[in-house]
Design a binder for this molecule. Structure first.
Ligand code: 4GP
Length: 833
């Protein structure tokens, strides 16, 4: 069945000629060389962007030869590889991490300094690569960094969106969305490979035909053809030779120009097909758990999955001796959420329709190949597709999914004979209303492993989301607590703290072994170390204060406590709980201007999905109420509220090193894990949080004394809900809470504009307060009093902050990836010499 291609010819990287043996001189020469010969600029006329491009090309030169070496090592040894399928990669800027991981950061900085180049201006001219919404996309970016660092052979697949997540601005406190045309003038990081383009098909219909052997078989015909062209981004490991790739597909038409139409004078008609086809990789959906069911989104999913699978199969089959018999030995595919779950049906289609394997053989390969990660329990986020839409876009896949389901339900019926309710609960097809496909069920059935992203989340996954699947498939469900790359989230974003850590530990290799940070715990009581640690925090706060001034026009004092909530705007994350507390503090201060409290700066940054009206109303409320507070002289600057626009990786890198307090205040049971919580703790911010997601594990690591836990537990939330939750009970029982909510509901903050925050007000009371903000308010407010008291005691606070940095080594994404590699992928490292 297999056409095994001849072995790959050995490839050799041509060594770049060195201008000098001195590394700094050599980098200088390389940058100048690119400035002149790649970009046709002279040093006098070069803009910061020209310098950025020349520096990026010089960094890329270091990576490409390693990339070639890595790929040939993997090919020569016919290694097992991991393929990470994700519709999102929230990469941020790539310059610093590329230089760091290439091991030339210091030399490049020195070279640029000697060339008289303004480093800050240079790095500011790189646009964020913002091809993701939030946690899920950023996790994918951290994972590919760790995969390379651990020498694991891996390729990330995704879409090369021309427009990333929208750019957010505020007008009169309202969020406005502008397009994020991050690559309008190109990007230095992508290498286009037209030679590996793939043609895939979509739409059409299924016909039954007799094949050569007289068998009746379905054929997918009259399809629309699309071409995917890969753009590769080098992904270098830190402190290793490995350079993996992130392969992002750009969609093209098979026939860019319809010559007949063109010749008849129909110029627009002649390029219509091209325009339609190119739409597929045009824009990232700004979803984040809202808005499902858009046809283009389904087309995007299928397009990138089909291109990626073809590419994976091509790479496997070109090696002599490889075939379907060893496909699952060499190929592991991780589905990042259900977005790529159609891969299960697509591989089945290839194996059955194109390769003529029988069902059982094909299904065995599939379930050995795929594994699936779930990132959310929120019902509205669980992907479902209407059957009529599927029938139109992917008619053959629909048939196959029905057959997968028929066989799956046989297993269910065998386990629970005569239980029809069980059949409908476990089915991939949801009946009633319009028929819908449950992609999560398809992913579970088609995978050998399913994981949640924090211990608590995985427990809830088994108990609530897929209760019977855990019984049906014992051992399939496991936990892989998320992690973050310590390279970007400490080494690169907080150089001063990194230098202190290196000096204190007496070794520079902690970014590859974050558990080493534990040794900082020994210094936590030492006044000298505390002073150094907090002095760095203060310098970072001064820098953030400047950014706040620049972006928001608000003056804040670096001596205040910086209280930070940065994440997507969503009801379950409860930015509105934070707001209620701010308004309560404001009220307390107005009632008693001499109130003795630690001055606070509340820092927010968050994007709301464009169609999520309540989330946008909360943004407006924070902005407008914040402005009133900021300008009220009666409170003597004790409270400031800054909502920084356009939250993205680059802004996070600025805020996180400057945070004192990290707000992780979701309703228990709603946040799958969180990863911002880990980044902030690593940089010495203390968490105020609920027992939700990874907060639980952060608490276990740092210890009860070094975290502020408040609010209901998952069990309590459930009990209150079952007893019939009534927000009015809390409203009437708590005088301050009632006053605060009434105040927000009045037009006090928006004179002349009535009911400006009616949606927010309604959601808290008559709307039933679905995320139980009122129930947790008092306990949250009390926890803040404890924060206030701790902050006054500077040595105590310093010790707590140091303990956070020292004890969160567990949350390195290297640990997470090692667990995936051992427990799910069975993937050994392949060191590159
Ligand atoms: C997020 C979860 O909300 C967050 O708790 C988790 O840390 C992150 O995934 C990575 O696992 N989910 C999404 C999403 O971003 O789009 O569902």
């Amino acid at each position: 069945k297999t056409k095994a291609a001849s072995a790959q010819a050995k490839t050799v990287a041509a060594p770049r000629r060195r201008a000098s043996d001195d590394p700094v001189e050599s980098i200088k020469a390389s940058i100048l060389d690119h400035l002149t010969h790649t970009f046709a600029r002279d040093t006098a006329g070069a803009t910061p962007r020209d310098w950025f491009l020349a520096t990026a090309m010089s960094a890329r030169d270091h990576l490409t030869s390693r990339l070639i070496k890595t790929q040939s090592a993997h090919n020569d040894q016919n290694v097992r590889r991991l393929y990470y399928l994700s519709l999102e990669y929230l990469m941020g800027r790539l310059l610093i991490s590329s230089l760091q991981n290439a091991g030339v950061y210091d030399h490049t900085r020195q070279a640029l300094e000697e060339l008289g180049v303004d480093w800050e201006a240079l790095r500011a001219s790189e646009d964020d690569m913002g091809l993701g919404n939030g946690g899920l996309g950023r996790l994918a970016a951290c994972f590919i960094d760790s995969l390379a660092t651990l020498d694991l052979p891996a390729i990330g697949y995704g879409i090369n969106y021309e427009f990333g997540l929208f750019r957010q601005a505020f007008e009169n406190g309202h969020q406005v969305e502008n397009p994020d045309s991050w690559m309008i003038y190109g990007t230095p990081w992508e290498l286009m490979h037209p030679e590996y383009q793939q043609e895939v098909q979509i739409y059409g219909e299924v016909e039954n035909v007799f094949d050569d052997s007289g068998n009746y078989r379905p054929q997918w015909v009259n399809t629309h053809k699309l071409v995917g062209v890969p753009n590769d981004i080098p992904v270098p490991g830190y402190g290793t030779e490995t350079v993996n790739i992130l392969r992002l597909w750009t969609s093209h038409a098979t026939e860019p120009l319809d010559l007949n139409a063109f010749n008849e004078g129909g110029y627009v008609e002649a390029v219509r097909n091209k325009a339609t086809s190119e739409t597929i990789s045009k824009v990232l959906y700004p979803n984040d758990k809202t808005e499902n069911g858009k046809e283009l989104r389904l087309v995007q999913q299928y397009f990138f999955v089909a291109c990626s699978l073809k590419d994976i199969i091509r790479r496997h089959m070109r090696v002599e001796g490889n075939g379907w018999h060893n496909f699952a030995d060499k190929v592991a595919v991780q589905l990042n959420d259900t977005h790529p779950a159609i891969a299960v049906a697509e591989l089945l289609r290839i194996l059955i329709d194109e390769e003529s394997l029988d069902w059982d053989e094909a299904w065995a390969i599939i379930t050995k190949t795929f594994a699936y990660t779930n990132h959310t329990l929120l019902p509205e986020a669980l992907e479902k597709w209407g059957v009529p839409l599927y029938a139109r876009v992917l008619p053959r896949h629909l048939q196959l999914i029905y057959e997968i389901n028929r066989r799956h339900l046989e297993t269910v019926a065998a386990k629970w004979p005569g239980d029809n309710e069980m059949l409908s609960t476990c089915s991939i097809v949801e009946e009633g209303g319009g028929k819908q496909l449950r992609m999560a069920h398809l992913a579970v059935v088609g995978s050998h492993a399913v994981n949640g992203v924090a211990a608590l989340h995985t427990e809830l996954l088994k108990k609530d989301l897929f209760p019977y699947f855990d019984t049906l498939f014992p051992g399939k469900f496991r936990n892989k607590t998320n992690g973050i790359t310590p390279r970007r989230w400490l080494l690169d974003c907080n150089p001063a703290l990194s230098a202190l850590i290196t000096k204190t530990l007496g070794r520079p290799d902690w970014p590859r072994n974050l558990d080493l940070l534990q040794a900082l715990g020994k210094e936590a009581d030492q006044p000298a170390f505390q002073q150094e640690f907090m002095a760095i925090k203060r310098v970072n706060k001064v820098a953030l204060a400047e950014t706040i001034q620049e972006l928001c026009g608000i003056e804040v004092s670096p001596d205040a406590l910086f209280d930070v909530q940065i994440k997507r705007l969503h009801e379950y994350k409860r930015q509105h709980l934070n707001l209620l507390h701010i308004v309560a503090l404001y009220r307390r201060l107005l009632q008693n201007p001499d109130l003795d409290m630690v001055p606070r700066v509340f820092v927010f940054a968050a994007k709301a999905a464009p169609g999520y009206d309540l989330a946008k109303n909360i943004i407006r409320a924070i902005n407008v109420i914040g402005a009133r507070i900021n300008h009220d002289e009666r409170i003597q600057g004790k409270l400031k509220v800054a909502f920084l626009p356009n939250y993205r990786v680059t802004l996070a890198e600025k805020i996180i090193p400057a945070a004192d307090l990290s707000e992780q205040i979701s309703t228990a049971g709603k946040e799958a894990s969180g990863t911002g919580n880990m980044k902030l703790a690593l940089n010495g911010a203390l968490t105020i949080g609920t027992l939700d997601g990874a907060n639980v594990e952060i608490g276990e690591e740092v210890g009860d004394d070094n975290i502020f836990i408040f609010g209901m537990t998952v069990e309590e939330v459930e009990a209150v809900r079952n007893a019939g939750y009534r927000p009015y009970d809390f409203y009437y029982a708590d005088e301050e809470l009632r006053a605060v909510i009434d105040w927000i509901g009045s037009d006090y903050f928006t004179p002349g504009e009535r009911h400006a925050f009616a949606p927010l007000h309604h959601s808290l009371l008559d709307g039933g307060d679905p995320y139980m903000v009122l129930a947790d308010f008092r306990s949250y407010s009390d926890a803040h009093l404890a924060v206030d008291a701790a902050y006054r005691d500077s040595p105590r606070w310093a010790k707590m902050a140091i303990m956070n940095t020292a004890r969160v080594g567990k949350f390195s994404s290297d640990r997470t990836i090692r667990e995936y590699a051992e427990d799910i992928w069975n993937l050994p490292p392949v060191p590159v010499k």
